[in-house]
Design a protein around this ligand. Sequence first.
Ligand code: CP3
Length: 351
Amino acid sequence: MAHLKNDILLKALLGETVERPPVWMMRQAGRYLPEYMVLREKYDFFERCQNPELACEITIQPVEIIGVDAAILFSDILVVPQAMGLEVELVESKGPVLPEPIKTLSDFDRIRVPDVNETLQYVFDAIQLTKKELGDRVPLIGFAGAPWTILCYMVQGKGSKTFDEAKAFCYTQPAMAHRLLQMITETTIAYLKEQVKAGVDVIQVFDSWGGLLGPDDFESISLKYTSQIINALKDEVLTIIFAKGAWHSLEAMSKTGVQGLGIDWCITPQMARKLAGDNITLQGNFDPAKLLSPIPVIEKEVRKMLHDFGTRRYIANLGHGILPNTPVDHAKAFVETVKEWRKESVMSDGQ
Ligand code: CP3
């Protein structure tokens, strides 16, 4: 791996001393950037994902425009169900739609654990190109959805606030649900191993709907499978789990072998640290809606967040994806405030 000029994200994940926390934003490669909107008008969503030149350009945009300390590959978690054989559409103002979701045993005839080099090669090509274009500027983050979050879409067939049909599937047909979760897990392990071979420096697993499950169900339906993924990758790459809302299982997640745990804004940094222990890097947890506040308020709130987390084993980020209506200068203010943070300010603000 080429020596990176800016490797503070990697250092923070390894627990090494950094002079300020690294900063990036979940969903940073996307809709709030006017430069992205131009490409969005010309190409449809999966075309943007499947064309390595476009994916590379969109991935690098926030590095150049906002100045974040890491790039995250432009792609989507739903390329995995696509590769497994399900049709996935992105419908304007509705979000993802899977017209023929998994409901019964016969639906398993339509899906398989694919050869990822046949079905997802475009992602690995995009990674190779992006690594080349990024040069030694910042690390590149690869990702996948957690098996439970992917099952949510494969069974419900669309976005939902509750994913009640996906839950009902798990509770009424547990054998089928676990078979599906295992198929997603095997696909995801093969997929992420190839992302690592193609050059990503860090892997983040997005469990966006982990918090819909109670602690016991989270353990048996979600973490059981995410753990297999982390276990398969932990000797090859640095890993982060972001399980939104699943703060109750921070301790369990900290034992999987991950270096980083993402948290949302509904838990204090102090409580998250207590639950996760001292040997994990915490990542988060600014409420993305707060980026809609006036810039001076953003600056003040970010400083409070940095003070509360401290500089040790910490990555500044949002507590979920950036909202599409975020003004670009507000996103820049978030990143700049972190970059200006120095230990001295901890002393003067904090005592
Ligand atoms: O972080 C990044 O910028 C990298 C790219 C990325 C996208 N999706 C691009 C995208 C990442 C990491 C994702 C992950 C993703 N996709 C998640 C997990 C993270 C989270 O936010 O919870 C989920 C649940 C999805 C599924 C998905 N894809 C939804 C619900 C939607 C529609 C609503 C939305 O958030 O925009 C998408 C489409 C999507 N994925 C867009 C982008 C830039 C918007 C497409 C557009 O309108 O241009």
